[in-house]
Design a binder for this molecule. Structure first.
Ligand code: NAP
Length: 585
């Protein structure tokens, strides 16, 4: 058994390798049924896992002893929704697109975690693979820490807090500015890696890198503006002062859809406030996070202040971050279900919480709207990141008088999209992050079609490109009883609903348990105020599809969570207010 080869092998039932160099050509594969099929092209391969494979001569044999049927397979790998069904290639091809591989800690494989100012591997030696959803292949492996190592990182952050809390606000500001400059200097590499691990188009990734860096710049300024106030007291000889102090160690958990910005939006504020932190990025996109830690190190963040842990098992590490008494605050961006779980866990030690959770944004086009402007805004808002942003329009309500011309404008724009591999020239939209994501989108589309909607374009997986690509879809005739009206689709599906009155559309827009973003298009200023104030969301775009800006408070209401990020409110999430009552003679 050539175990050494297995780390770079493509393993299926039985494959023929015509070269000892990689990538390999696959001539045939054998399934558990014993059926053999000719195949070629690595994208067609099914799952590999190195421990279950062996090699005989030129054949790689998958040992099915541990995985006997489809259900076992799902049980074991379902969490990743099929991202683990990917084949492994040599790194040379994508590495050639990156100028500074050291930025991703890839000089020595696997990439490591950053704890106490050192780059560390798991003491168990465990690693996990990170995959490119665009080409269905492994990019590289990353350290898979044990929960005890996260606990150690928390203790280190707690020790570092004792000195960092006393750092001058000018030092913190200078640090953040250096980090910001380094992000811009390395923007191309950061964007390339983001596209590799997330799948989004390179132009989307470049946009995110700038957006992410801007939080560091913004909070560099905010560090200098931490202030308190003074008051007269009820007793005539007393005076009251307030001071703001850093809360302490922060546990930060971020998702894959904005692999850089969701980190800097939190970390920028935390560092400016004087907090130390342990960050756990999503297992799908750890390289963007590792690169941010590298740049923070280069910028001179003191050892132990910023700790980045990589792990494959979110739940265990999340439990530690939410129950360890040394962690005083948890900031989480992700789904509502996980947010509720973390809130529950955090209650044992009553941590301060920021929860930036899922949305189901209404996008309302009134009959007096500038339709071209509204259509352009919808394209930007609905399809950014192939529809995988929390503020993406999910339910598009169009007044019946303008429904048909508006649909035409949207259709014309969507027909011009170029779906494909995110790093390829001219591609406007990339794959979804995983097969699990594709499955959910297909489920929403099928449900809508079964209940009477019509797909003007799209509606299916673009399997000719790969399993994670979904055709941008325009659905007309959407109704309230459809899944797409109830839940965030998180994919490139534009579902257009028809309405007749302001009262009716407000009721529909608010008929969801979440409330993150909402959009409305009208030229009537009174209506803009009326509707914006009545929408049960944390952010409203009025005649614009973009609500994300470092200067604007970002956050939701209802089950979209609480807390605000960015803007001058963002830093207060990381500060405690202390009052000093002073008696004078
Ligand atoms: P998710 O499943 O909640 O994952 C988000 C993060 O939480 C990931 O790092 C994930 O790790 C981790 N996680 C999962 N289960 C956990 C647990 N039991 N304990 C601790 N951590 C856990 O969300 P997603 O589906 O990947 O991300 C998309 C969601 O995020 C959408 O609902 C979107 O609307 C929301 N979002 C909200 C905002 C906002 O600002 N409001 C911004 C972006 C996204 P692994 O990936 O390693 O499992």
């Amino acid at each position: 058994m050539r175990t050494k080869d297995l780390t770079k092998s493509i393993q299926v039932g039985r494959v023929f390798i015509n070269s000892t160099r990689w990538p390999v050509q696959v001539k045939e594969r054998t399934f558990t049924t014993g059926k053999t099929e000719p195949t070629c092209g690595i994208h067609q391969l099914s799952f590999f896992k190195r421990d279950y494979c062996s090699v005989e001569g030129n054949h790689i044999i998958r040992n099915y002893n541990k995985i006997t049927n489809k259900q076992d397979w799902k049980n074991k790998f379902g969490k990743y929704g099929g991202r683990r069904e990917m084949s492994k290639m040599a790194n040379q091809e994508w590495m050639s697109k990156i100028q500074d591989t050291e930025l991703f800690d890839l000089k020595e494989q696997p990439a490591r975690s950053f704890i106490g100012g050192k780059w560390v591997a798991a003491s168990s030696g465990k690693v996990f693979d990170v995959e490119d959803p665009g080409h269905n292949r492994v990019i590289a492996s990353v350290t898979d820490l044990a929960v005890e190592e996260t606990r150690e990182a928390i203790e280190i952050a707690h020790r570092a807090f004792q000195s960092y809390r006393h750092s001058s606000v000018r030092e913190r500001a200078a640090l953040l500015r250096r980090w910001y400059d380094l992000m811009l200097e390395n923007a191309d590499d950061l964007a390339t890696m983001m596209t590799l691990e997330n799948g989004k188009s390179l132009s989307d990734s470049k946009g995110e890198v700038i957006y992410a860096a801007n939080f560091l710049d913004w909070f560099a300024g905010e560090a200098l503006r931490i202030n308190g106030d003074s008051h007269m007291a009820s007793a005539p000889n007393n005076r009251i002062l307030t001071v703001k102090q850093p809360v302490g160690v922060v546990g930060i958990i971020t998702p894959w859809n904005f692999p850089a910005a969701m980190i800097t939006r939190k970390v920028g504020a935390a560092l400016a406030a004087g907090c130390t932190m342990v960050i756990r990025p999503a297992a799908e996109t750890p390289f963007s996070a590792i690169a941010l830690a590298k740049l923070a190190e280069r910028a001179g963040v003191p050892a132990g202040v910023l700790n980045m842990i990589t792990s494959d098992s979110a739940a265990e590490h999340g439990l530690e971050l939410t129950t360890n008494p040394l962690v005083r605050k948890v900031s989480f961006t992700g789904s509502t279900n996980v947010g509720k779980l973390l809130a529950n866990q955090s209650s044992s030690t009553l941590k301060k919480l920021s929860l930036e959770l899922g949305g189901n944004a209404p996008f309302i086009v009134f009959e007096d709207a500038d339709l071209q402007k509204a259509a352009d805004a919808l394209i930007a808002c609905k399809f950014r990141g192939s529809g995988q942003t929390c503020v993406c329009a999910n339910r598009i309500f169009v007044h019946s008088n303008v429904y048909t011309p508006f649909v035409q404008l949207v259709y014309d724009r969507v027909s011009q999209f170029r779906l494909g591999y995110g790093l390829d020239e001219g591609i406007t939209h990339g794959p979804l992050v995983s097969r699990k994501a594709v499955h959910k989108v297909q489920e929403h589309v099928n449900d809508a079609l079964n209940k009477g909607a019509t797909a003007l374009t799209g509606g299916s997986v673009a399997s000719e490109l790969g399993p994670c690509y979904f055709h941008p879809t325009v659905l007309v005739g959407a109704k309230q009883n459809m899944l797409i009206a109830q839940e965030e689709t998180f994919g490139p599906v534009c579902a257009l609903f028809e309405f007749s009155t302001e009262e009716e559309v407000l009721k529909l827009a608010n008929s969801t348990p979440v409330g993150l973003a909402g959009y409305l298009f009208s030229k009537d200023i009174s209506r803009i105020f009326r509707v914006a104030e009545a929408l049960e969301v944390g952010m409203v775009g009025c005649n614009t599809g973009v609500v994300s800006d470092v200067l604007s408070p970002f956050g939701g209401v209802k089950e979209s969570g609480y807390g605000r990020e960015g803007s001058h409110h963002g830093i207060s999430e990381y500060l405690d207010i202390k009052s000093l009552t002073i008696s004078i003679d």
